[in-house]
Ligand binder design. Structure first.
Ligand code: ATP
Length: 425
């Protein structure tokens, strides 16, 4: 019998360099246990005899370099063993990066460690490769910074943000990346309609990376691993190239698209940035719009209720008079494609516009800014998020959920276009 004495257990024997791909049911998760040998899930090593719970609606791969026996407890959508994976090439990429980390960390060195960026179209496994590289680095005693520039399917905190967090231990398979000190910037939307503002926060992040590496030798040597959006044409490519420069990336890993690889090689010729092509794993599953929406909802839920639903967020009220609401970019703009040819939108992309409270804030996720003055807002990261559950226009107050009880750390809130329908949807 398996976990909790259950008898719905299936055992899988893996030979060297094979992986067991598991898709859980949407409605329930499963438990995965390593019975013998060595195995890892996206670079996080499994401890023998211990079982890991994988939530509903997830897709994972249990890989082994030398062979292992794995047990799955619970019903799953599908579980199969695959012999062909790009894991050895990912491990080789890690070895190249780690050699650079070691050089940079040697006594007396002032070299920068590797700054890596994974790029490619949607659903090629960019976030997964970033996790694998961070886990391998953490397992060899390094603590790289995981930077997520993906607004729609970011791995660190709520969607609509750009953020960074150090990974100093392998990523916990149940709880995700520990976020004791994440650095979060609020963009406020799932897609980039305001490229200037997006670039502005990426540039800010770049300046902070430099400060961090000046202040701390270990951080300098460990470098960073950057996940990006799957938008790779036109403005998407421009944003990638901008991020490459702003974050001083020296290794670009292109996953799963030769065209993008060719384009980047040409554009980056003559710079000291190396472009590598990485194979896409056959295990990466294409996700539907509906699946992506469900993943985003889960990220919001996890933020307010904890990864395993263990938090009870506090419901609080605030009077309109107690808080200041702002929107960056002066409100939703018509996309350029909707304007007559030759005209550009007149709104200043960096304008900070006060927002008058109204019922349209219902179900919005707002950011609590660290900015003290209106002028600070463009450059400040955020302390966290609140979720508006009620707007009372008569008493001029709203009710909100916050993961922390007590007063908000600041009364300056940023409004974007992030909506979540809450637990009931
Ligand atoms: P996006 O463009 O949306 O950010 P992405 O390129 O970052 O996507 P991932 O999120 O890394 O792609 O992977 C897509 C899905 O495939 C995830 O659910 C991930 O867990 C799953 N996946 C990745 N590699 C494997 C594998 N080898 N076997 C099974 N599932 C996998």
């Amino acid at each position: 019998t398996g976990v909790d004495g259950r008898d719905d257990v299936v055992s899988h024997a893996l030979a060297r360099e094979e992986e067991l791909r598991v898709e859980t049911l949407r409605s329930e998760g499963c438990a995965i246990a390593l019975v013998s040998g060595h195995a890892e899930i996206f670079g996080s090593e499994l401890a023998r005899g211990q079982s890991v719970k994988i939530g509903g609606g997830k897709k994972v791969a249990v890989f082994t370099f030398h062979g292992a026996t794995i047990e799955i407890t619970g019903k799953v959508e599908i579980a199969y063993v695959a012999g062909e994976t790009p894991m050895v090439s990912y491990a080789n990429a890690h070895a190249v990066l780690n050699a650079k980390r070691e050089r940079a960390g040697a006594a007396g060195s002032s070299e920068e460690g590797p700054r890596v960026m994974c790029v490619g179209p949607t659903d090629v496994g960019k976030s997964t490769v970033c996790s694998i590289l961070c886990n391998y680095a953490a397992r060899s005693g390094q603590a790289p910074l995981y930077v997520d520039l993906d607004l729609g399917q970011g791995a660190l905190t709520v969607p609509g943000t750009i953020c960074a967090a150090p990974v100093d231990a392998q990523i916990d398979l149940e709880e995700g990346i520990p976020l004791e000190m994440p650095l979060v910037y609020f963009y406020g939307d799932l897609t980039v309609n305001n490229p200037e503002y997006y670039k502005h926060i990426v540039t800010r992040l770049g300046a902070l990376l430099d400060e961090r590496s000046k202040a701390n030798d270990d951080a300098r040597a460990a470098g960073c691993v950057v996940n990006t959006m799957g938008w790779i044409d036109g403005m998407g490519l421009e944003l990638l190239l901008h991020a490459r420069e702003a974050l001083k990336i020296d290794h670009v890993l292109v996953i799963g698209q030769e065209r993008l690889y060719g384009q980047l090689q040409q554009k980056l010729a003559g710079t000291d940035c190396q472009v590598f092509r990485m194979q896409k794993s056959g295990g990466v599953v294409e996700r539907t719009q509906e699946f992506r929406r469900a993943t985003r909802d889960r990220m919001f839920k996890e933020y307010f209720y904890g990864p395993t639903g263990e938090l009870a967020p506090a419901s609080q009220t605030a009077y309109f008079s107690q808080i200041s609401l702002y929107r960056i970019g002066g409100g939703p703009r018509a996309p350029a494609s909707a304007l007559p040819i030759g005209q550009t939108a007149s709104t200043d992309p960096m304008r900070i516009a006060p927002v008058v409270p109204s019922t349209s804030l219902l179900h919005s996720v707002l950011a609590v800014s660290h900015g003290k003055t209106q002028g600070d807002l463009l450059n400040s990261n955020v302390a966290g998020f609140i979720y508006i559950t009620e707007v009372d226009m008569i008493q001029k107050k709203f009710t909100y959920l916050s993961p922390c009880p007590g007063e908000l750390p600041s009364n300056v809130l940023l409004v974007g276009n992030l909506k979540w329908l809450g637990l009931d949807n």
